[in-house]
Design a protein around this ligand. Structure first.
Ligand SMILES: NC(=O)c1ccc[n+]([C@@H]2O[C@H](COP(=O)([O-])OP(=O)(O)OC[C@H]3O[C@@H](n4cnc5c(N)ncnc54)[C@H](O)[C@@H]3O)[C@@H](O)[C@H]2O)c1
Length: 324
């Protein structure tokens, strides 16, 4: 590690949440890196940070004192993960205020100091457009959450030319893995990955339930890959937005098959009618731009990722992957 790299201070907003705590856990392992987690604890949970030696502050990500620190150049980089993450919330003004307006304020502060900004966008920006999903095409969100993220990408792109450091947007697909347990607890088994939801169903002795007939396809990406993509963004040479997925779509039936194998039980699926009028049937990340921007590619197949995850769940571990 070279001298310039020592004692850098990195801000992680939403760091008590799922992805933020996983990023923070990986960052604190880097020699000379100090991490400040800022979270309003609206959906995040302190237990994600038990084994992460970082500074924690309860505040909004657009808190005026924090914006001043950013503008003063207090951070060498920012990972902005804070957001309303419950995609069923329909309050349009609230969603834009929390997700988009706050990001605009942070970008403004970053602009003053020339701070690198790595922020969470989403595959929700593609809505139900045909897969594979590619940045720059089929961006047609189906809900206010997806729109708030597309609005962030558009705000960021207006700054690309004049910002002194890269601004990098990462469109996460369906992330799963250690550190998401709080989502089920806080939202009643609604916002965590299908992998955790189905695992908890079968562990509670219930039959796994899927919308008819379990063939809906998703790009499930393991949290360790998501963290690696974020760390790669620290070295990205230019601004841009790119997909972060596995690059492969897998079905809900596949999840049950892998669960059956890992838990050595033959689970019989109960199929039921899908009550949603809007439902994504197939998401799959095109990763060509990603490889170019981040010099990164995913390493975890669904089989490998679920095996790693289930091992930790079976031990009762609930924190971020890197802190296990
Ligand atoms: N998990 C996924 O599959 C997925 C997919 C696409 C995009 N994303 C994006 O990734 C980011 C992280 O999501 P997550 O899955 O870790 O969800 P999460 O709900 O666990 O984390 C979000 C965190 O942000 C905090 N927060 C919310 N509003 C805040 C505010 N105004 N100021 C400070 N903190 C605030 C919450 O308390 C929480 O700790 C989000 O921006 C989300 O939209 C996640």
């Amino acid at each position: 590690m070279d001298e310039d790299y020592m004692s850098e201070r990195i801000l992680v907003t939403g760091g008590a949440g799922y992805i933020g705590s996983n990023i923070a856990a990986a960052l604190v392992k880097r020699p000379g890196t100090d991490v400040l987690v800022v979270d309003d604890f609206s959906s995040g949970d302190w237990r994600n940070l038990i084994h992460v030696d970082c500074e924690v502050r309860a505040a909004d990500c657009d808190d005026p004192a924090l914006l001043e620190e950013i503008a003063d150049g207090a951070f060498s980089a920012i990972f902005h993960e804070a957001a309303i993450t419950d995609t069923t919330i329909m309050d349009q003004r609230l969603m834009i205020e929390v997700n988009t307006n706050a990001f605009a304020d942070m970008l403004e502060a970053c602009h003053v100091s020339g701070t690198r900004m790595i922020y969470a966008s989403s595959a929700g920006t593609y809505g139900n457009s045909p897969a594979p999903n590619m940045v720059g095409s089929g961006e047609a969100p189906e809900n206010i959450y997806g729109f708030s993220k597309l609005a962030m990408d558009r705000l960021a792109s207006r700054r690309y030319e004049t910002h002194a450091a890269p601004i990098i947007g990462l469109r996460y697909f369906n992330v799963y893995g250690p550190g998401e347990t709080h989502k089920n607890e806080k939202t009643g088994n609604k916002t965590a990955s299908m992998i955790l939801q189905l695992y908890e169903q079968v562990k509670a002795g219930n039959q796994p339930r899927l919308f008819k007939y379990g063939e809906q396809m998703r790009d499930f990406v393991y949290i360790r890959d998501v963290v690696a993509a974020n760390l790669a963004a620290l070295d990205a040479p230019r601004s841009g937005v790119c997909n972060v997925g596995s690059g492969l779509a897998r079905s809900f039936n596949d999840i049950i098959q892998i669960l059956s194998k890992e838990l050595e039980t033959d689970f019989e699926i109960e199929y039921f009618d899908n009550p949603f009028t809007f439902y994504q049937n197939h998401t799959e990340a095109d990763l060509s731009l990603t490889a170019d921007l981040l010099n990164w590619q995913p390493e975890w197949t669904l089989e490998k990722g679920m095996r790693d995850y289930i091992k930790l769940l079976e031990k009762g571990y609930r924190g971020p992957a890197e802190a296990a």
